[in-house]
Design a binder for this molecule. Structure first.
Ligand SMILES: *Cc1c(COP(=O)(O)O)cnc(C)c1O
Length: 375
């Protein structure tokens, strides 16, 4: 029986190989490996895609977040509001610049619950850092309204959500800064690490270009203590090659999601993600909630079907976060979800036969009959 891996990068790269090799050969020919013209071109294309005036390519999504917080002058003694159910990097960035992460619990959509933000604000709060988890946009209207009335910055962690929309506007264009990861597992993926920051603000744009390059305003004039976090020209060339396919890949992810949504809706032991009013998700992950999650995962694994858990340990319960003083029970919704969530394969090159097999196996695990074929 053929395996259905959780992720399949090999097929993507086999299909694009001739074009990727051409792009790489071009870079070898001109040999401007650092901040070459492909970086500038990619930044321009990306900003257009995101609906912002500017974008700055950096080394990773994590660095995009760190540099964004620094560019806004956030640091020691400040507080930044975020969620405990994300990839650890969305909290790491806050701690690494010396600020304190303040967690707010999430809703059914796995995203920050705007109703609980006000209660977390103190005189030290400088910013809200919402994460568009799974590729589903956060409730940006409510978040922006709170930020405006309390004079807080909004920095979006859009690492999982490139091309996602809220009320017709692309994520990453709502806050002062929108941070994206181009990691191999993300929807738009480099062949290595990469990240990018989107912004409308010309001053932040200028500052970020300096900050990603050791704070060098010109070759011999350093104006910030900063690190080296440039996007490689080679990666930019690869990303430019893949970029034209992204809308189609995203559409395919959305169709795969629709398949699951129609074929799994009637299984009472499962909770299937949906899209709320005004939301367009890009399904970086397709995260269901399942009864007997661990047995289900084992069952699928034994039948050659990969799955994953994003993420099994809420950040506030990780060993590193003990110093923050949170406990079990601090964020009941995120903690309950962590026990039940399971990510199913959703990549763009998944076939209908594969989707069918995954759904059939979920059905047979729960002893659920196939829906009567009424068509
Ligand atoms: C992947 C990811 C990051 C970090 O991106 P890297 O490119 O791996 O540094 C940050 N936040 C979220 C939500 C992510 O999924």
């Amino acid at each position: 029986m053929n395996e259905i891996p959780y992720i399949d990068l090999k097929t993507q790269h086999a299909e694009l190989k001739p074009k990727l090799l051409d792009a790489i050969a071009n870079v070898l020919d001109h040999s401007h490996f650092i901040l070459g013209r492909e970086v500038v071109e990619f930044e321009e294309e990306f900003a257009r895609l995101c609906g912002t005036r500017h974008a700055v390519g950096v080394n990773s999504g994590t660095d995009a977040l760190i540099l964004s917080l620094k560019a806004l002058g956030i640091g020691y003694g400040d507080e930044v509001i975020t969620v405990p159910n994300s990839f650890v990097a969305s909290t790491t960035c806050i701690r690494l610049i010396g600020a304190r992460p303040i967690f707010v619990d999430v809703g059914d959509d796995y995203n920050i619950d705007p109703e609980q933000i006000e209660a977390a604000i103190t005189p030290k709060t400088k910013a809200i850092l919402p994460v568009h988890l799974t590729g589903r946009p956060c409730k940006m209207d409510a978040i922006l309204a709170i930020a405006k009335s309390r004079n807080l910055h909004v920095i979006e962690d859009a690492a999982q959500a490139i091309l996602a929309e809220y009320k017709g506007k692309r994520v990453g264009s709502f806050g002062r800064l929108g941070c994206f990861s181009l990691h191999p597992l993300k929807n738009l993926n480099a062949c290595g690490d990469g990240g990018i920051i989107a912004t409308d603000d010309p001053d932040l744009y200028k500052q970020l270009k300096i900050r990603r390059n050791l704070g060098l305003q010109s070759r011999d004039n350093c104006i910030h203590w900063s690190h080296n976090s440039r996007l490689d020209t080679l990666q930019a060339a690869i990303l430019l090659t893949k970029l034209p396919y992204l809308p189609q890949w995203t559409q395919q992810r959305r169709e795969n999601a629709r398949y699951y949504q129609t074929h799994l809706a009637d299984i009472p032991q499962l909770q299937i993600p949906n899209e709320g009013e005004g939301e367009k998700s890009v399904y970086h992950t397709f995260v269901i909630q399942a009864e007997k999650r661990d047995e289900l995962r084992e069952f699928l694994h034994d039948r050659g079907i990969g799955s994953a858990i994003h993420y099994p340990v809420p950040i506030h319960l990780a060993p590193v976060a003990r110093e923050l003083g949170y406990q079990k029970g601090s964020f009941p919704v995120a903690e309950e979800q962590a026990k039940r969530i399971l990510s199913l394969p959703i990549y763009h090159n998944l076939t209908n036969q594969q989707l069918e097999r995954i759904c059939q196996n979920l059905r047979s695990f729960y002893g659920s009959a196939n829906p009567s074929s009424s068509s």
